[in-house]
Design a protein around this ligand. Structure first.
Ligand code: LLP
Length: 388
């Protein structure tokens, strides 16, 4: 991964910036299509919240994936990138009227509805336009996931989804409405999940719920299991492509499908994380009483995951051949939490060195902010740097 980087090109660019290896992205997409392709009724939607860079989106669109959006802005962005509206699913606990209108006007594939008030508004807006909106209900399955508390979503205490107890009532209500068409169920239990048992637990819960619904004569065309497959942040170079084979095979083994049902996945991180890295330049090396700081020009405004979730992104000094030394890798922002990593080993760092923070293609560029009036980082693809 780091062995084929265009470092001379990097030197000419203003840092920090994101760099996307489109070759790895294409291989990842190919793997997804191959592995999901074993099961003809499986459909993968890319969760655009992970990365909405237009150049990245166009590669994903070439691979034919559908899309999972959580805002009107995301819908606009994926339409701009050329994705067909009839492959968009639209989730989110607090959709605004204009966002619902946008979805309906573009005839998106399905709304993932998270509450009764939301269902009523979708029904009203669709009816006013003489349309019928497809809806799935996001059910909170009360299934935990072995991941960071801030990215767990499927517990009863989380704000997401409709509780299992209310599921039948809401479906029966939707059936009486003329502006919506009930299609099925949607779930999402969390993100950066590496234990397949968590997905097994979800599949088992879905099986139970489906049995319960069928006793009431309710049949689902669509089962959307959300996303959540994690990646290897510790060894990105050894594991650049997540284990999609086991992931899809797990659902195939445990999720009991009825004939003509389709299963939808909303994968974000696992699609784009490993193909992206944040490239930053060392401004200063500072010797302090107990520490040696490598102070770089990227900060938590460019990559907030370490500050927000204690996330670890492997750092590599791309321009030094020196012996390894111990550093705290920190940014320039006026916040003590602006630390990428503590006590890490890097090849001897000097001013001007380029450092790569790996596995940053997901929830990196898209979560950047302008705090401290900093410009947003740019994103470059390997395809475009070849011609620079
Ligand atoms: N579907 C729904 C309904 C979601 O809420 C999410 C992510 C996904 C799909 C995609 O999940 P993935 O396959 O990427 O795990 N900013 C955090 C992650 C937040 C995830 C939010 N929801 C991070 O940087 O780790």
């Amino acid at each position: 991964m780091t062995s084929r980087l265009p470092i001379d090109k990097f030197r000419q660019l203003r840092t920090p910036f994101y760099y996307y290896d489109t070759q790895l992205l294409r291989q990842t997409l190919q793997t997804i299509n191959d592995e999901a392709g074993h099961y003809p009724n499986y459909h993968v939607h890319y969760a655009v919240k992970a990365n909405a860079n237009l150049k990245v989106l166009s590669v994903i669109n070439e691979a034919g994936l559908g899309i999972d959006c959580v805002s009107g802005g995301e819908i606009e962005q994926v339409l701009r990138a050329g994705f067909p509206a009839d492959k968009i699913v639209f989730a989110g606990v607090g959709k605004s009227d204009w966002e619902i209108q946008l979805g309906i006007d573009n005839d998106i594939f399905c709304f993932n509805v998270e509450s009764i008030p939301e269902l009523q508004v979708i029904n009203q807006i669709a009816s006013e336009r003489g349309k019928v909106a497809n809806v799935c209900f996001r059910i909170n399955p009360d299934v935990g996931a072995h991941t960071h508390a801030n990215i767990t979503t499927g517990l009863a205490e989380n704000k997401f989804g409709i509780s299992m107890d209310d599921m039948e009532g809401v479906i029966l209500l939707a059936r009486q409405m003329s502006g919506v068409n009930f299609k099925g169920l949607h779930f999402h239990i969390g993100s950066q999940i590496l234990e397949m048992d968590d997905f097994v637990a979800l599949a088992n819960r879905i099986n139970e719920l489906q049995d319960r619904l069928e006793e009431r004569g309710i049949f689902c065309e669509i089962i959307n299991v959300g996303g959540g497959l994690g990646i290897d942040y510790e060894n990105p170079e050894q594991n650049p492509i997540p284990d999609f084979k086991t992931y899809f095979a797990t659902y195939n083994k445990y999720l009991k499908l009825r004939p003509h049902q389709s299963v939808h996945f909303e994968l974000g991180r696992s699609v784009v994380a490993q193909c992206g890295m944040l490239i930053t330049r060392v401004n200063f090396v500072k010797q302090a009483t107990y520490k040696q700081f490598a102070i770089v020009d990227a900060g938590m405004t460019d990559l907030i995951r370490p500050a927000l979730y204690d996330a670890h992104h492997k750092a590599v000094n791309l321009t030094s051949q020196g012996e390894e030394e111990t550093y705290d890798l920190v940014g320039p922002i006026c916040e003590s939490s602006d630390v990428f990593d503590k006590d890490i080993q890097l090849r001897a760092v000097s001013r001007g060195d380029l450092i790569a923070l790996l596995s940053a293609g997901a929830y990196g560029e898209i979560m950047a902010s302008c705090y401290n009036c900093r410009p947003l980082p740019k994103g470059y693809t390997s395809d475009e740097l070849i011609n620079l």
